[in-house]
Design a binder for this molecule. Sequence first.
Ligand code: NAD
Length: 487
Amino acid sequence: MSGTVITADPTTIGLSTDLWIDGRRRPAMDGGEFSVHDPATEVVIATVADATAEDALDALTAAAAVQDSWAATAPRERSEILRSAFEIVSERSEDFARLISSEMGKTLAEARGEVAYGAEYLRWFAEEAVRIDGRFTRSPSGAGQIMVTKVPVGPVLAITPWNFPLAMGTRKIGPALAAGCTIIVKPAEDTPLTMLLLAEVFDAAGLPPGVLSVLPTTSSALVAETLMGDPRLRKVTFTGSTAVGKVLVRSSADQLLRTSMELGGNAPFLVLDDADIAEAVDGAMAAKMRNGGQACTAANRFYVTESVASEFTDALAARIAALRVGPGTDPLTDVGPLINRRQAERVARLVEDAVTDGARLRVGGAIGMGEGHFFAPTLLDQVPADARILREEIFGPVAAVVTVADEDEAVVAANATDYGLAGYLYTRDVDRAAHVCARMATGMVGINRGIISDVAAPFGGVRQSGFGREGGAEGIEEYLDAKYIAI
Ligand code: NAD
């Protein structure tokens, strides 16, 4: 039953699993519900209300009704609500971490990391809310004066993925609320619980009813189409696959919605001949194995210069072989399960195809361990240049290593993809780093670092990784329109 307490071991936090609309919980209009599973066991951990198109329109009616008053709320007040939400999430960090680990599968340590990171977006945008500014200048003709102010775009639909159930939400909710927008969040079907808990946090933080709604649903396409077809909605912000991003961009045309698209990646990881190999291996482990490889910034393709290839690959293989796979809630686990059976099978096929094409399986390569969707951390080397695994986003704990002759070949191979989200580069030479970095066709580059996400930095991609930026000073601009006043 929805509306009851989730008692999934170890998550006993008294969370309601109804929809969150207009500042209150309620079941779906047609009484529909769906199950949420623990990916480590396939056990049902909760039954959640399944929003219909009518529920979505209710949420939009509530959002539209309070849009003007929320936009008119003093920035300091909006800021303080966000700040208070940051503090409550931080206080309830353990509840969030256990919930994330249960519904998504990541290790508790990583879930705690996500809570800290996700909460930071609320703090960051609490600080940005009071710094929205415009400009004032004189027309070149001397005939008039130009005032530019920033106004909220209006009600927003946010569609989020399952891999970071909290952070992918706060990265959108934080700037939307700071800018003065109302927002409806449609979380991923696999992981709806974390956003429902966040709705309770915002309620406790004093957010007025209607400003934020959370709509778990199994009818994502219908809910999105319904909302995007309604002229009251003014923006859609999406994190997810490139395929779905394209569908949403097309649908956004009818009402000419503002759009932000954080889509897939196929990150290259370059190890040049002068790299510190021990550091490169540490960085590779972080860039590849964090979240079981289920990150859009995950290193997919390792291009390693010939002279250091065996040293790097041997050390990486040894580290990967030592990883312990298990339920995320077990403190001894390094790598949890993949999100669902479909993903585990997809990763298995990518590995099989690569081996058929001539890649060498050095470590791992198998699905296993009972009902859960586990996939053994894997390293492939001698991967042929045309292997599918180098073209597609892996989204699993699989490192594909390619040996290249030199820096130039590494850069050309790195850019030979339709995606352009993150890239990584290891070298001890600062000039070389700057030169290679300038040639990399990605929205973000990590130099001698395996983790690059930072609330103060603009996160986002180019090419088929999408457009728009989240975080930094840029993040709030996605939710603001410039308004020119001629004086
Ligand atoms: P997905 O595109 O299948 O789903 C993402 C969200 O879209 C979910 O909420 C899903 O329910 C919803 N959705 C699916 N079909 C829809 C439709 N037709 N209309 C409206 N909504 C729809 O992606 P996923 O498998 O959940 O997530 C993995 C993908 O997300 C990967 O490609 C990954 O790279 C990407 N991702 C990108 C970033 C980034 O910031 N660039 C961050 C995390 C994940």
